[in-house]
Design a protein around this ligand. Sequence first.
Ligand code: UT7
Length: 335
Amino acid sequence: MYNSKIIGLGRFVPENVVTNDELSTMMDTNDAWIQERTGIKERRWVKDSGDTTATMGVKAAKIAIERSGLDKDDIDFIIFATLSPDMYFPGPGVQVQEALDIKTIGALDVRNQCSGFVYAISVADQFIKTGMYKNVLVIGSELHSHGLDKTTRGRGVSVIFGDGAGAAVLTREEDTTKGILSTHLHSQGAHAKELVLEAPGMGTRWVTDIMEENNADDESYFPHMNGQFVFKNAVVRFSEVIMEGLNKNKLEVSDVDMLIPHQANLRISQFIQRKFQLEDSQVYNNIQRYGNTTAASIPIALTEAWEEGKIKEGDTVVLAAFGSGFTWGSIIIKW
Ligand code: UT7
């Protein structure tokens, strides 16, 4: 058995910045409410740049591969996490295989929303541990802005989400005291409808049904979130799954050099920070600048933290996520 380790990180966000003030021209909201409740000051929306979930993912991936020192042809497997694929099917993994112009290696799509990147890294880790693959490319990318209800009706959701992508290249680590030490995944489908985009779905109504009904009041094709319920569950699950990972590795909270929480809400991150009595330098947040980019949020934040020199060799790094499903998870890394 081997461990896996991250050897390259990349990120891409569209140029177009959307401020809270700009949102208040589209819907009944304001900068003070958004900042106070979420910490978000601005986010990136692709607008008319032509970027898609797949193209943003490819841009982040190219940077990650270059920084890894590997050649694109060294990649053995692609894993792509998103809730906003360019096409209903196939998923964007195959678009990456084509865009990178690499061999016909396997491409897997992960659909675990805000926990997508944590799930995807866990899958990569298992493939590398067993020796099946040596170098795996993991991407988290989202294009939310095309699918949000940008009217007052959708303000509880649409002010939160942003577009962007992050990527990581993982490779084999023979020293099993280094790299990814453990991953911890959970789900609770009882709360699937608390954070959901229901339509179109084979189990509910397909596009043709929606077109036939032609009902402008139909909200089922916009994301829905029971904000307070999600918030309350998030703080509990984040705490649990971080402790689960630390306990598994006989680590204390004080051993954590850097916690990268999924950027769901600055208040959630601050709650976790207070609960675990972590210093500002031990928790990385960038939701202020990008909003919640779901599967892209951890790889964007991890990449930025690494670029800023906040993650060094030997550090204990914790990734933790919670979101729609509900699904949640954590990863403990010895960098
Ligand atoms: O990434 C996946 C995981 N996601 C999360 O963990 C998100 C968890 N939830 C949250 O972050 C928060 O619940 C929200 C940020 C979504 C909402 O904050 P809140 O403090 O829970 O506000 P609320 O939903 O209870 O709404 C309070 C008030 C309501 O008005 P009334 O009923 O008190 O008159 C809302 O209609 O704020 C109103 N409101 C807004 N006002 C201005 C809701 N959205 C907005 C808005 N601008 N954008």
